[in-house]
Design a protein around this ligand. Structure first.
Ligand SMILES: Cc1cc2nc3c(=O)[nH]c(=O)nc-3n(C[C@H](O)[C@H](O)[C@H](O)COP(=O)(O)OP(=O)(O)OC[C@H]3O[C@@H](n4cnc5c(N)ncnc54)[C@H](O)[C@@H]3O)c2cc1C
Length: 512
């Protein structure tokens, strides 16, 4: 399928920008701030600035800035987490340019937490052998960073922020070069003429029943890039966070109990109070996330329970309120006093290591199409992401994409028309039910522990749903998201089936 739109779409408005950035998370904002100020730039966001994975990021941003650390140590930890599948050059770029980006953020007013001596407060998370995670607002690193950057964006006359604007499709000229985008705003279709599109649409959490990602994370950018012919890579590598706050209710987003809680002494226990991760890995609770997630799933299979616990009651109430204000408040609102009670947790979808394949400058194989942040696959994460490397990736590769865009031509207004596209019949099926079915299939067969028979079954079921969607259209906004969720889900399973061996986050029990 080439376009999500069909031939019945009426374009009411045409806009022109030198650069269109799809996404207002850290990757989108930072790319925009690094675009030369004489180039016009639009940032599109499906909702408002506070609905993104970036806004929710708790733990922090990893960079080798401590006196006893250096980029080589960060490089080694990243490669170890990536289970041998990282792109070494991309990791080199990440760890060496990372500290410079942190300095830029500090000088641009991101309020990182300081220690008593007034130096940057640096903590440790799973898989890191050194303290290298900077945080802001205690456990509100993403919110504080996005807030600071969005204030800077608001002061840039060349940047237009377009909230409540949904990106549908990428248009290419006769030479296969980007020349436009189709989006909706206030229920109307808008054509945007541009020579540069940056996909910074974040994660794909809504492909699963339980995810830490917000409702906008339906993989729209990845699906649109696939429709335009861009290559995707490593989609089988999905990080399941071991410690989503467990509840017996269905929630659109699962609240995360950050790894930093375990970094600061939180212990994983089963209902009998046993530390079941001890003996499974030298770092126990702080082992890489895939190992902890599998440890929990196996423990739950054994016990028949629905969740295990994080116990941080050894710390004082004062410390916890100050160090983890968001987690403290959210748990308190659910009747859990984390200074006295164990926190119920279970693994949930959290992060996509793969995505749209890019080079080290954010370029895809389609001229004018860039990707950065979670939607991209730069190769830095390999088969598993080292905690807190993703925000750093948004910064390093977002800036690099902006640098490369500086070599591109400016937009020529009046140069683009929407191509002739066949009309498709209206979809009369229940889009909500189809999406739930996909989420159930992915949560059953594409989860922490996979087997090839289950994945083949799910792939067949989802392919049939996708075919149904591709043969129809709808002006219901859920149509686009369901189509994209189905596109990405099928691609994840195809990638997972193409990798029979277990590696990193991709664990296949029948062929390991
Ligand atoms: C709860 C949580 C905690 C995390 N903690 C950490 C942490 O401590 N450290 C760390 O490094 N990483 C952390 N991560 C991961 C990290 O936050 C993300 O990988 C990173 O912020 C992704 O940034 P992004 O800019 O690529 O995407 P996002 O921040 O997700 O932004 C995506 C943007 O794309 C927009 N969008 C999507 N589809 C469309 C469309 N069709 N049209 C228009 N706009 C669209 C959305 O509206 C949004 O603005 C965490 C993630 C979560 C969910």
């Amino acid at each position: 399928m080439r376009y999500a739109i069909d031939g019945s779409v009426k374009i009411k408005t045409t806009l022109s920008f030198d650069v269109v950035i799809v996404g207002s998370g850290l990757a989108g904002l930072y790319t925009a701030l690094n675009v030369e100020t004489y180039r016009t730039c639009a940032i599109l966001a499906k909702e408002e600035i506070d609905v993104s994975n970036s806004w929710l990021a708790q733990g922090g941003i990893a960079a080798a800035v401590a006196v006893d650390d250096n980029p080589t140590f960060h490089y080694e930890d990243t490669l170890t987490a990536g289970a041998g599948l990282c792109d070494r050059e991309a990791v080199n770029v990440l760890v060496n340019e990372g500290p410079k980006e942190i300095n830029r953020l500090v000088s641009q007013g991101v309020p990182f937490d300081l220690d008593e001596a007034g130096d940057l407060s640096i903590t440790r998370e799973g898989g890191h052998h050194k303290n290298r995670v900077l945080h802001a607002g205690g456990d509100a690193t993403g919110r504080e960073t996005v807030k600071a950057l969005s204030h800077l964006v608001a002061k840039r006359p060349n940047i237009t922020f377009c909230a409540h604007t949904t990106f549908y499709d990428i248009l290419l000229d006769e030479n296969g070069v980007v020349n436009g985008a189709v989006v909706t705003r206030d229920g109307e279709f808008v054509l945007i003429e541009t020579r540069n599109i940056v996909i910074a649409t974040g994660g794909i959490g809504q492909v699963y029943r339980a995810s830490t990602n917000p409702s906008v994370a339906t993989g729209d950018g990845i699906a649109a890039a696939m429709r335009a012919g861009a290559e995707v890579k490593s989609l089988e590598f999905i990080q399941f966070h071991p410690t989503g706050l467990w509840t017996d209710k269905k929630e659109s987003r699962t609240f995360l109990i950050s790894e930093a809680v375990r970094g600061d002494g939180g212990l994983l226990k089963n209902a009998d109070g046993e530390r079941f991760m001890v003996g499974q890995h030298e770092l126990a609770e702080l082992a890489p996330r895939d190992i902890v997630a599998r440890g929990i799933v196996r423990e739950l299979e054994k016990s028949g329970e629905t969740h295990v616990f994080v116990d941080i009651t050894a710390e004082s109430r004062e410390f916890l309120e100050h160090r983890f204000p968001t987690i403290f408040e959210e748990c308190a609102s659910r009747g859990i006093d984390i200074s006295k009670d164990w926190i119920p947790v279970a693994p949930v979808q959290h992060y996509l290591m793969g995505g749209i394949k890019t080079d080290h400058w954010g370029r895809t194989a389609i001229p004018g199409l860039y990707a950065c942040g979670e939607a991209a696959c730069t190769g830095v994460h390999g088969a598993n992401r080292l905690a807190s490397n993703s925000m750093l990736e948004c910064l390093v590769f977002g800036r690099r994409a902006a640098v490369d865009i500086s070599k591109s031509p400016a937009v020529t207004p009046g140069s683009v028309v929407v191509p002739d596209i066949a009309k498709r019949p209206n979809a009369h099926f229940d889009l909500g039910a189809l999406r739930l079915r996909i989420q159930d299939l992915m949560s059953e067969y594409g989860y922490v522990i996979r087997n090839s028979e289950g994945m083949k079954f799910a792939e067949g079921q989802i392919a049939a749903i996708l075919k149904q969607l591709e043969g129809t259209t709808s002006d219901d906004p859920r149509y686009l998201e369901t189509l994209n969720v189905a596109t990405v889900a099928e691609a994840i399973l195809t990638a997972a089936l193409a990798r029979p061996e277990s590696v990193g986050s991709h664990y296949v029990e029948d062929t390991k």
